[in-house]
Design a protein. Structure first.
Length: 581
């Protein structure tokens, strides 16, 4: 028998009693609308369509945490589309975050496994006063195998600008994204369907928290940014996400836009997992998988270090992101949804840093410190590219230090630099996986007449997320690595200062918050005070550079500048393996 966590206990509190008294004194009846009921409640008590929730006030921000938006995805609902949560009696104590969805331990969660499947919760942060605020819904990243919408994010500074912020959990890894024959439709996409249901909850309930359901922006980073693009595909295809949001921000989410065809996913991802779990010959594959334990000796053990990506070809993704961008077979993005999209200067360094820290903690040597290791890692990285790229030639090209090679911007300037292998590998990952895809996507969106705004985050001294214990383990600087821009928008000033942010970086953070809020409010991220006009990408092909060293009034750069830095001409026509190699 499962014991419900503390945040699930319903309780009668003084605010509940007061609310009941107020409603009784006003002659309230069961036919009164939720809006009327909420108007009579204390500010930290709100009436949703499922029941009342009681939050807490934190430094002028009202926080409502751990609100269930779906039934627990257990039993028959494991490996199945989510279903809306059921209502409750009394008041839900929304002072604590809900469980994170099952995931293995990592640097970002303190190396602690999460095993609770009852995890489909969301959190709402709202100003203490006012109504019809724009709404921003954050979709967390983590390679679709880790993360949550919980304590890592501190949206107080967005809320202080008059925005309601919602964060969410969604199913991860095997439980959220396993494509397998024998599972219900939507398999390979269950985590995206969770997100979609959370967005429906926002439409139904955010007005009770002072938000405007007609002005919702979805935003996310990495897997969260990829999720934003996937929700845009669904909205364009009419498969469930249409009308659930009105603007979209894609932070470092442009990777793997071809996604995974359902048939390929079932054959090369799902079938091996099903086999290891002993369910291949089961009369009912879904029932067999539902009997497996979610532990490091069960589903999480099989999952291991696998990375996941949504599949396309059924369910909410009838076609891929790339097909929508290219308008293949009539596929398109919803033209009425403005998109802000960007990437970081040194995206790939985060992934090498994670490998290096893991190696140090395991007592192993630096994973990329010889030519052989470097070339092998380049081969592994590029193996998923359908163009059959000559990984050996790419590895060699990225080590040319005298400018004589094919790169428009050499990556290695000192042939004896001990970090040259790490920096070259990181640069390949930055350009091939993120930056050049992002610039291509901005072009495609602008060509479809989608209002599009591009940014380029280049703070190479950005505060580290690893803390004083882990950062010294790195043999190279993180620079403007993957995920480091998130804190500039979704962490408090105190948190940034604790990580070492200086005054210029705090000023950049305030500027970025202004851009994000202006976009959420109006669909145009130009600064509120007029100091940084940010034109549509289709007008002049410019990006907004986000750097503490660049004045806002001088921050617009030609897209060709970023394309040259990231060697995008090289990646548009990379060296290909010849027959027989």
């Amino acid at each position: 028998m499962n014991v419900l966590p503390h945040h699930h206990f319903w309780r009668m509190s003084m605010t509940t009693v007061l609310a009941a008294t107020l409603l009784a004194g006003c002659g309230g009846s069961s036919s009164d609308s939720d809006d009327d009921a909420s108007a009579e409640l204390p500010s930290n008590l709100r009436q949703t369509q499922l029941g009342q929730v009681e939050g807490t006030e934190l430094d002028g921000v009202l926080a409502f945490r751990g609100i269930p938006y779906a039934k627990p995805p257990v039993g028959e609902l494991r490996f199945a589309p989510p279903r809306p949560a059921e209502g409750w009696e009394g008041v839900l104590d929304a002072s604590e975050f809900g469980n994170s969805c099952p995931q293995g331990g990592s640097v970002f969660n303190g190396f602690t496994d999460s095993l609770e499947e009852d995890c489909l919760f969301l959190n709402v942060y709202t100003p203490t006063e006012g109504e019809d605020h724009p709404v921003m819904v954050w979709i967390h990243g983590g390679a679709f195998i880790t993360g949550s919408g919980g304590a890592s994010y501190e949206p107080s500074r967005l809320v202080e600008q008059g925005v309601v912020v919602v964060t969410m959990n969604y199913r991860l890894g095997v439980l959220g994204f396993l494509p397998a024959a024998g599972l219900p439709e939507g398999n390979g996409q269950f985590g995206l369907l969770d997100q979609q249901l959370a967005l429906k909850w926002v439409q139904d309930n955010v007005d009770a928290f002072g938000g405007d359901a007609g002005n919702v922006t979805i935003f996310g980073e990495s897997a969260g940014g990829h999720s934003v693009l996937s929700q845009l595909v669904s909205a364009g295809a009419g498969t469930g996400s249409e009308g659930l949001f009105h603007k979209a921000i894609v932070q470092s989410g442009a990777y793997q836009p071809t996604q995974i065809p359902q048939e390929y996913g079932e054959a090369f991802i799902g079938a091996p997992v099903v086999a290891v779990l002993g369910c291949t010959d089961a009369a009912d594959v879904a029932a067999c998988l539902r009997d497996e334990s979610v532990t490091t000796a069960g589903i999480l053990e099989v999952q291991g270090d696998m990375w996941f990506n949504p599949t396309w070809g059924q369910g909410m993704l009838p076609y891929s992101i790339q097909s929508a961008l290219s308008q293949v077979g009539g596929a398109s993005f919803p033209q009425g949804v403005p998109v802000m999209t960007g990437n970081n200067l040194n995206e790939g360094r985060l992934f090498l840093a994670l490998d290096e820290i893991s190696a140090v903690l395991a007592g192993a040597p630096d994973p990329v410190d010889t030519p052989e290791e470097y070339e092998a890692e380049v081969g592994i990285l590029l193996a998923s590219d359908p163009r059959e790229i000559d990984a050996g030639q790419v590895a060699a090209d990225y080590l040319v230090a005298d400018g004589s090679g094919p790169l428009s911007t050499p990556v290695v300037t000192d042939p004896d630099d001990p970090d040259r292998f790490s920096l070259a590998l990181a640069s390949i990952q930055t350009s091939w996986r993120f930056a050049c895809n992002q610039l291509d996507q901005a072009e495609s969106l602008a060509d479809q007449d989608v209002p599009t705004y591009g940014y380029w985050f280049t703070d190479q001294e950005a505060p580290s997320l690893f803390g004083p214990e882990l950062t010294p383990m790195l043999s190279f600087d993180l620079g403007a690595a993957h995920a480091l821009e998130i804190q500039y928008v979704l962490n408090s000033e105190a948190t940034m200062q604790a990580r070492g942010a200086n005054d210029q970086q705090l000023a950049l953070s305030e500027r970025m918050i202004d851009h994000w809020v202006q976009f959420a409010r109006y669909g145009d991220p130009s600064s509120a005070d007029g100091t940084a006009a940010w034109p549509d990408f289709g007008t002049g092909k410019q990006l907004m550079e986000l750097s503490p060293n660049t004045p806002a009034s001088e921050a617009l750069i030609a897209v060709d500048v970023a394309a040259d830095v990231h060697n995008c001409a090289y990646w548009a026509d990379p060296p290909l393996a010849t027959d027989g190699t």
